[in-house]
Design a protein around this ligand. Structure first.
Ligand SMILES: Cc1cc2nc3c(=O)[nH]c(=O)nc-3n(C[C@H](O)[C@H](O)[C@H](O)COP(=O)(O)OP(=O)(O)OC[C@H]3O[C@@H](n4cnc5c(N)ncnc54)[C@H](O)[C@@H]3O)c2cc1C
Length: 331
């Protein structure tokens, strides 16, 4: 199904995926209306650490190990996607520190995945140069503003089934929402609550640091993350859940003991195989772009390209089948 040039398309959801898709569709010449009911960036995408991290994800998140090739391709789309935008891509890589036995396990995982890793300081740390990052919250505003500059419009409300009359084509980039009455495929999504600490001091630049059970992502408010609370979709702050993160961060950088920490909470959406649903729903006119789990920022340009390809009648390319939105339907 192809949408003609200039046709009206709705994108529901102003997170990383919806904002990237809206921009790519506007770049392709479609008339986009982006629906978002919440204050801008008040979602998982705004809370995220902003790592574009194929290596770390493949090494530290077992379900992503099988998708390293795809995660690398997604990362490599970022420079062209961000060209001309005030959206710096920081390429300082990933530094892993910890006890010798644990570091040896992690080094072996890198090797098993075929991911290059350097041993630093006589083997006291590992460095992977594969991972990049962005500043997530400002990036959301940048993507929105770039889409607006190309003629996209924003509706500060939820997209509902009644809107299908005015917008016969809608891209659902609605995060962890499962019961919108718009697409049966959303039922496969599992919410995974994530709590992340933001410090008022700590490393402002340099590589992302990983220790056992924690990452420390540099920036103006360094991020210490993150919990993975499968099946939870509430936004309650729970200090008991983040205490282990805090302790692990202090082992990594004891000077963080002086930092004031604030907790932020977001809900990721996951599918059974860890990859998003991207493509046409069984519901007419509904395109899915949901379920990016821990990698919504990393995958955003790839998902946006796929959505734009489907809606403009282009070949969506070799990754489309792995993201097929209907792959979990019973045969
Ligand atoms: C603590 C934490 C750290 C993370 N760190 C990283 C990281 O470093 N790198 C990375 O790549 N990923 C990271 N992630 C994952 C990433 O945040 C998600 O994969 C990503 O945010 C998903 O983006 P999204 O646009 O699909 O969903 P969301 O950001 O959840 O946005 C969905 C939007 O849809 C809106 N919406 C819902 N229903 C409707 C409707 N009916 N109409 C219109 N709008 C609607 C919601 O209000 C929301 O704004 C992290 C996540 C968490 C929680």
């Amino acid at each position: 199904m192809k949408t003609r040039q200039g046709a009206r398309v709705a994108v529901a959801g102003g997170g990383a995926i919806g904002s990237a898709a809206a921009l790519s569709l506007a770049r392709a010449g479609l008339a986009v209306t982006l629906f978002e009911p919440r204050p801008w960036a008040d979602n998982a995408s705004g809370v995220a650490a902003g790592m574009l991290a194929p290596a770390a994800e493949a090494v530290f998140d077992p379900i992503s190990g099988a998708h390293l090739d795809l995660l690398r391709r997604a990362r490599d789309l970022w420079p062209a996607f961000a060209e001309g935008l005030a959206l710096p891509i920081l390429r300082d890589g990933l530094r892993v520190e910890g006890e010798a036995a644990w570091l040896a396990t992690i080094a072996a995982r890198f090797t098993a995945l075929g991911a290059p890793v350097e041993r630093l300081e006589g083997g006291k740390a590992l460095l992977s140069r594969e991972d990049w990052r962005i500043e997530a919250r400002p990036a959301l505003a940048t993507l929105r503003d770039a889409a607006l500059a190309l003629g996209a419009q924003i509706e500060a409300r939820a997209f509902t089934p009644d809107d299908l009359e005015a917008f016969p084509t809608v891209v659902l980039a609605t995060g962890a929402a499962r019961d919108l009455g718009l697409a049966p495929e959303l039922a496969v999504l599992t919410p995974i609550k994530g709590q992340i600490l933001r410090a008022d001091r700590g490393p402002a630049a340099g590589p992302v640091l990983r220790g056992e059970g924690v990452y420390l992502c540099p920036g103006p408010r360094p991020a210490i993350g993150a919990t993975m609370e499968t099946g939870r979709d509430d936004l309650q702050v729970d200090p008991a859940a983040t205490e282990a993160l805090r302790q692990a961060a202090l082992r990594l950088r004891p000077e963080l003991a002086q930092a004031v920490l604030a907790t932020e909470v977001g809900v990721r959406a996951a599918t059974p195989d860890g990859l998003p649903l991207v493509g046409w729903s069984a519901a007419p006119g509904v395109m899915l772009a949901v379920g990016a789990r821990r990698n919504g920022w990393l995958l955003a340009p790839l998902v946006a390209d796929l959505v734009a390809a489907y809606l403009t009648g282009q070949d969506p390319g070799p990754d489309a089948a792995r993201f097929d939105a209907r792959r979990f339907e019973k045969a």
